[in-house]
Design a protein around this ligand. Sequence first.
Ligand SMILES: [Zn+2]
Ligand SMILES: [Zn+2]
Length: 374
Amino acid sequence: MAQDYYSTLGIPKTASAEEIKRAYRKLAHQYHPDKGEKGDAEKFKEVSEAYQVLSDPSKRSQYDQFGSAYNGARGQGGGPQGFSGFDFSQSMGGFEDAFDIFSDIFGGGAQSRSSRRERGVDLEMELYLSFEEAVFGVEREIQIEKKDTCLKCQGSGAEPGTKISTCPKCHGAGQIRTSRRTIFGQMSQVSTCDVCEGSGKTAETPCSECAGSGTKRRLKKLQIKIPAGVEDGQRIRVSGEGEVGYRGSAAGDLYIRLHVKSHKFFKREGEHIYSEIPISFYQAALGTKVMTETVDGEVELKIPGGTQSGKVFRLKDRGAAILNGSGRGDHFVTVRVVTPTKLNKKEKDYFKKMAEDKGEAVDIDDSLWAKFTG
Ligand SMILES: [Zn+2]
Ligand SMILES: [Zn+2]
């Protein structure tokens, strides 16, 4: 589960910047992994993540708005512009409710992520949606083959019934600090423990199913909810549905790149949908009611007399759902007036008569016309 950053730091939501800093310093000092067995690498990580978000006013306000779903601290380098505020994510490696694993949308462009060695690998897949599915949202069952938690040892890496002990090399911290003397003085470096791969624990008898890794490759079905209003090329992050990490450490994320198929009649820009409708010369002149296709089905469109070709009519709220917002965009219909191409004798006489009444010259010799166009 995602942590509550305020309770992680033990401060109220109204805490000032100074209070946040003070709480962080105290806890960071308390849990620092350098303290060996007295430290707590996991707690230290949580505290640091909480501080990273709450100490940044823009990240903090996004977090306040979107609650524990906020994942900004993990998508490092993206900053607020990479984060569009769409994040339902709550499970980080939990598999309890696939409907709730939802996540955020990136307009595209890879996020540079901090690649900690113990964290599971991120996965990426492509998903094709129809025009309507993108407009209204859809639930899809997908299948991914990935490293998942080993069912025999539940990810611990130890044969069931055997002991798991604290890693002898890092004493449970998961990290090793190495120091060496240089001409500039003492230099130290922190790296992931190579014995326990950062888990802080070692199995005395490795699990026979997964050889101690705690992971097992298998096919997993996921129910994915694509929110209404997504667009072609966008990426969705399903938090915690990448590959699981070594011995039950945090899973990576699953990224789903969306491809929206184009529509026969409709075009889309953001939340608005555009189409054209042909009407006859007579309908344009006299006015009419036509049925025009929208994503909601046919809708009546009133066209007043004297409508010119190219005139745009707006059908309010017939567009796509607004992603991250409420309501829908509009559907814009452009009228194309179709000039009659084949007139019979009677129609020609009518038109000539009308033109003569207006004093307009129209009497074109058909054979002459054929020369021009032919
Ligand atoms: Zn196992
Ligand atoms: Zn270790």
